[in-house]
Ligand binder design. Structure first.
Ligand SMILES: C[S@@+](CC[C@H](N)C(=O)[O-])C[C@H]1O[C@@H](n2cnc3c(N)ncnc32)[C@H](O)[C@@H]1O
Length: 229
């Protein structure tokens, strides 16, 4: 989800984007970002600075088999498909196919659609289905969660069993526009529900011995988890 200025100063964020995010952003990602900019929910798109970190993690871990929950128009999905190897595969779940169809022509143009298995579904039953398949359990190198915040803890309980030991799970929006660090009376009404979910999630994750976590102030916060056992 895009940054809205609460987390860092606009000047600093602009500096980061202009200095090393935009110059390194691949052309297909620039195109999908531009295409999404006119959509009424464009604030939902993954921030390019968070995307840059995801690309680095995918490369560093040599990720070949990945899972994404929350596709929207496909910025993070296209980034993943461009980054994993030619024989890599990514399973992408979203309840809304129409959003995915907006970006799909650019995914096709980039020639990476053969790496993508898009599943149109509510995420929890789709994850349960994956868990029923012995070949999926503990098999994913990398998981990206970027859907409804209220379910983050539910998603965590599923994907912790889908990702490999030492595999990575990245959660988006874990600083919720910077609202997590503000007292509730200063938080706009529209952010309160998400803030409550994110606060609960962040606290639970910090106590979870199955993962080691690192929170980074990219976009409006990403939490990077490594499955320990
Ligand atoms: C923040 S957007 C994802 C942004 C995307 N990662 C990108 O790079 O542009 C959240 C997406 O999650 C999907 N979503 C929300 N709740 C969901 C649910 N319960 N199950 C599946 N998808 C869901 C929405 O349809 C939306 O497309």
């Amino acid at each position: 989800m895009a940054h809205n200025g609460l987390l860092q100063s606009d000047e600093l964020y602009k500096y980061i984007l202009e200095t090393n995010v935009y110059p390194q952003e691949p052309e297909p990602l620039k195109e999908i970002r531009a295409l999404t900019a006119s959509h009424q929910l464009s604030f939902m798109g993954t921030s390019p600075d968070a995307g840059q970190m995801i690309e680095m993690l995918l490369k560093l871990t040599g990720a070949k088999k990945t899972l994404e929950v929350g596709v929207y128009t496909g910025y993070s999905l296209l980034l993943t498909a461009l980054t994993i190897p030619e024989d890599g595969k990514t399973v992408a779940i979203d309840v809304n196919r129409e959003f995915y169809e907006i970006g799909k022509p650019l995914i096709d143009k980039a020639g990476v659609e053969h790496k993508i298995n898009f599943i149109e579904s509510e995420a929890l039953p789709a994850l349960d289905k994956l868990l029923e398949d012995p070949a999926s359990k503990g098999s994913f190198d990398f998981v990206f969660i970027d859907a409804d915040k209220i379910n983050y803890l539910n998603y965590h309980e599923k994907v912790i069993n889908l990702v490999k030991v030492n595999g990575i799970i990245v959660y988006d929006n874990t600083l919720w526009y910077g609202s997590v660090a503000k007292s509730e009376d200063l938080v706009p009404e529209t952010l309160k529900e998400g803030r409550t979910s994110v606060l609960k999630f962040n606290k639970a994750l910090a106590m979870d011995s199955r993962v080691k976590v690192s929170m980074a102030p990219l976009g409006d916060g990403i939490t990077i988890c490594r499955r320990v056992y």
